[in-house]
Design a protein around this ligand. Sequence first.
Ligand SMILES: Cc1cc2nc3c(=O)[nH]c(=O)nc-3n(C[C@H](O)[C@H](O)[C@H](O)COP(=O)(O)OP(=O)(O)OC[C@H]3O[C@@H](n4cnc5c(N)ncnc54)[C@H](O)[C@@H]3O)c2cc1C
Length: 264
Amino acid sequence: MTVDADWTIVVPVKQVPDADDVTIDPETGTLNRSDAPAVLNAPDYNAVEAALSLRERAGGEVVAVTMGPPFARAVLETAVALGADDAVLLTDRAFGGSDTWPTSLALARAADELDADVVVCGEESTDSSTGQVPPGIAAHNGWAQLTYAEELEPRPDDDELVAVRDVEGGHERVAAETPVVVAFEYGENEPRAAGLHRKIYAETEFEPEEWSAEDLGISEQVGLVNSPTKVGGMDTADPVEREQAVVDDVDALSDRITEVTADD
Ligand SMILES: Cc1cc2nc3c(=O)[nH]c(=O)nc-3n(C[C@H](O)[C@H](O)[C@H](O)COP(=O)(O)OP(=O)(O)OC[C@H]3O[C@@H](n4cnc5c(N)ncnc54)[C@H](O)[C@@H]3O)c2cc1C
């Protein structure tokens, strides 16, 4: 049943280097981001799907938001092709060097500006993987948060969102008042494919709105100087020697495991 709640559902989506092609600089130990093609962060497909599914059940609109350089608009086009109604690109030199604190501040201000009822994030990014941004958005705005969400049930009549959360040893069902920030678990739904017409619209006609740090009133609170994280150093691990063998059947596999573990 669709209740016309007119919820504004904001989906922060991140552009990341394609994990299949990314390499590590052996000198500095940092990622060679520019070597790999940039793609939509894989867990964010699950977040977009969760947001579209909420819209189908509660009514309203889905707005994708990304913070990044101008070419990050490509992930907004992906989100629009998948079904998002609108998108906003947060782009400004002032954002450069931001760690999770100013990143989540910018996304929080954007969600507030959009008058979000629900913010649905991915669980974590595939390049930095801190998982700090969704709770950061909630903290900056003083909103509720539902992390490790596997299922969402809208209750717009009560201004509530219910989530089934993955917790150690089982699941719990929690209701939170809107506005609320969700971190949706990776792989917990089946993201839909983008339709051809929608893809063409996203690539040829659609223009995202662009907001700067000044538009959000946070020019003095973002960037490297406002990032409390200090990276002390990075090391690369030596590859582990892995034995590979082809066996004919399960019995042969069992014999081989017995042999190898007896050697240890
Ligand atoms: C000192 C320092 C300097 C840095 N400088 C840069 C830099 O110059 N350029 C750079 O690209 N990175 C930089 N980073 C990395 C940057 O801080 C993180 O990529 C960013 O804060 C997001 O954190 P995360 O990837 O761990 O997100 P997570 O918390 O793992 O992501 C969870 C979810 O939050 C949402 N999300 C996260 N980031 C964004 C985003 N940007 N837009 C929309 N949604 C998002 C997505 O839904 C995502 O699935 C820097 C980090 C540090 C510590």
